[in-house]
Design a binder for this molecule. Structure first.
Ligand code: BGC
Length: 397
């Protein structure tokens, strides 16, 4: 067979991703930090990877790995620790972060909300408060006015459906509400409103910034392909989880960010289940199913015909045995999606370094770069070299 040579489109973005609370450390004013202190979640983020102080070092690594873009999130509670009080030092901090990404020849891909909220906002009822979208739009306006000149791409919400499901249905993340479908609906509507308002605020001052959402899209299949209940339930789950939010905000969206981790079977008795053998699993027991990336990208392209960025795709793999082939296999199917017509313009591996994996603490190791949490030393894993070659060549050989 002749060697396969998969070149990606010119200008393709190759990067990795992170989020403020998972790497920065000492986020004193957000709901996660407070829940950690009150032991409402099993682990505390403490200094996390101390990225807040070591961002230059981390971006040096990303640059050495030939990445040309970096996705990270701004911590709302840092720049607005109290309602209407804007912390100039923190705004300057994020300006330095953005400048240092750009100084290394990388594009800045900024997320406004990655699961955490300022405590003052939570005390006012958080996302269930009818005024929540207004508070959030003010924050978006300040980011646009003060940081917009340094932002190349912007994601308003990271995984709105994950936020709702973990916080208001499963009840394992702040604000720890269980099976509260009424509240979930209210929060959903407020997130939609907030997205629309933030989109308009940002485009008012910074019309040059393409804006999108990072949507967790699951490749869903009926457990039994001929069982009409399984088929019907798959359709409902698919609509609610994958498309409902996007459908509401599609006119206020310049691109779609896809976070791809899961391939699930829908079964009428067990609702949703992770695909079992013969597929391989990550350290978290998540099935590895790269073909699903082709499915979800095609589905997004067919529905919205907007540029697509893979804003997250990654594996918890402490031994680093599976990560290189995980990346290669997913990129193989991503390339197929592009060949078949989808306008995919970038890929961000989750994550650049190991980090605080929410209620699971520091144990899951998603990083291209290993963190020694005692010394905070960074060591690039072998798989990072494989990804680095792909980034450098803009192709998969
Ligand atoms: C989230 C990240 C998280 C990753 C791995 C994504 O759904 O955006 O914050 O660390 O999954 O679980």
């Amino acid at each position: 067979m002749p060697p396969q040579h998969h070149t990606f489109p010119e200008g393709f973005l190759w990067g990795s991703a992170s989020s403020s609370h998972q790497v920065e450390g000492d986020n004193f004013y957000n709901d996660w930090w407070i829940s950690e202190q009150k032991k409402k979640v099993p682990f505390s983020s403490y200094k996390a990877t101390d990225h807040y102080n070591r961002f230059e070092e981390d971006f040096d690594i990303a640059q050495k790995l030939h990445q040309n873009a970096h996705r990270f999130s701004i911590e709302w509670s840092r720049i607005e620790p109290e309602e209407g009080r804007w912390n100039e030092n923190e705004i300057r901090h994020y300006r330095r972060v953005l400048e240092s990404i750009r100084a290394r020849g990388m594009k800045t891909f900024v997320t406004l909300h990655h699961f955490t909220n300022p405590m003052w906002f939570v005390d006012k009822g958080g996302w269930a408060n009818i005024k929540a979208p207004y508070y959030f739009a003010e924050y978006a306006k300040i980011v646009s006015q003060r940081l917009g000149d340094l932002i190349d791409f912007l994601v308003i919400f990271n995984e709105p459906m994950v936020y709702i499901s973990q916080g208001f249905v499963r009840g394992v993340w702040p604000p720890f509400r269980k099976n509260n479908y009424f509240l979930s609906y209210k929060v959903f509507i407020n997130l939609v409103k907030a997205h629309r308002m933030a989109y308009n605020e940002i485009h008012f001052d910074s019309p040059h910034i393409p804006i999108g959402v990072a949507q967790n899209v699951i490749d869903l299949q009926p457990r039994h392909k001929k069982n009409i209940i399984d088929i019907g339930l798959t359709k409902i789950t698919d609509y609610l989880w994958n498309w409902s939010f996007l459908n509401f905000i599609k006119s206020e969206c310049d691109f779609v960010g896809v976070n791809y981790y899961f391939h699930h079977h829908v079964h009428y008795r067990r609702s949703v289940e992770n695909l079992k053998q013969p597929h391989e699993h990550s350290d978290l027991g998540w099935g590895i199913h790269p073909e699903g990336l082709l499915e979800v990208v095609q589905a997004v392209w067919t529905r919205y015909k907007k540029p697509i960025y893979i804003t997250e795709n990654g594996i918890a793999d402490a031994s680093d045995d599976k990560r290189a082939s995980f990346i290669i296999d997913h990129l193989h199917y991503l390339h197929d999606a592009i060949t078949q017509g989808a306008k995919v313009k970038g890929y961000f591996y989750w994550a650049l370094t190991d980090n605080f994996e929410w209620e699971r603490g520091f144990e899951p190791r998603f990083g291209l770069v290993e963190i020694d949490y005692k010394t905070l030393k960074r060591v690039s894993r072998p798989s990072s070299k494989v990804y680095s070659e792909i980034c450098a060549n803009n192709s998969l050989d």
